[in-house]
Design a protein around this ligand. Structure first.
Ligand code: GTP
Ligand code: MG
Length: 210
């Protein structure tokens, strides 16, 4: 990655040198160099995309991250709030950094999260994470069964985050809504048991009660 970056940088330097040598007027050279600079900003200076996962506690942010990585990278919690301080991760790996993903502390917690946290509230924790690195997009996760449950409060907090980015960095962060845990929707009798991949859990839960 870094090698490709350096190589592109030297290609632009070479082209710039050639433009300087052209037998044309300085104003024409300046116009060409302006365009070259724009192209350089869009390519060599471009950074990897940043995606911030946000949403109510338990909506499945850490689980989605783990599913993307195909391994348990982030702590998943079934009852209490899980994720503490926000964590920016490189996908697919630190050695091959292509996409930056933020796993964040869940909104609407009633107790402090299990993991270590730094700020008093989830919103403060998120403010810190998006101040450290500004997201290009928010993935707003919401459980299928909770799309009608005090969603306004979560959206207000999300909009506060977008406002902070807008004030400090002058752009609107788009939001993509991701409906999660759709396997929980009716009719439940059609549901394939999601823990089929976990034979021990399946055995315990399907064991006839005594
Ligand atoms: N049925 C079902 N459960 C899911 C799914 N995704 C996640 N879960 C469960 O939902 C619970 C919460 O998942 P997490 O990934 O910890 O949710 P989170 O949004 O990171 O939660 P916080 O870190 O507390 O904000 C866990 O018990 C997961 O196993 C899904 O697609 N279907
Ligand atoms: Mg989490």
């Amino acid at each position: 990655m870094a090698e490709k970056h350096d190589e592109m940088g030297s290609i632009f330097s070479f082209i710039k040198g050639q433009v300087d040598k052209l037998p044309i007027s300085q104003s024409k050279k300046n116009k060409m160099l302006d365009q070259l600079l724009k192209l350089k900003t869009m390519t060599v200076d471009a950074r990897e995309p940043r995606i911030a996962l946000v949403g109510r506690r338990g909506s499945g942010k850490s689980s989605l991250i783990n599913a993307m990585f195909g391994q348990e990278r982030q702590y998943v919690s079934s009852v209490k709030s899980g994720t503490g301080k926000g964590k920016w991760l490189w996908y697919p790996s630190d050695a091959e950094p292509k996409i930056r993903l933020l796993d964040s502390r869940g909104l609407g917690e009633s107790e402090a999260p299990t993991e270590e946290f730094e700020e008093e509230t989830p919103l403060d924790e998120l403010m810190k994470a998006v101040t450290e690195e500004q997201p290009d997009v928010f993935l707003f996760l919401i459980k299928a069964k909770e799309t009608d449950s005090r969603i306004e409060e979560d959206l207000q907090e999300l909009n506060k985050l977008r406002k902070i980015v807008k004030e400090n960095h002058h752009y609107d962060v788009p939001v993509i809504c991701v409906v999660t845990q759709v396997d929980e929707l009716d009719p439940p009798h059609y549901k394939q048991v999601p823990f089929d991949a976990n034979p021990k859990k399946k055995r315990i839960l399907t064991k006839p009660s005594i």
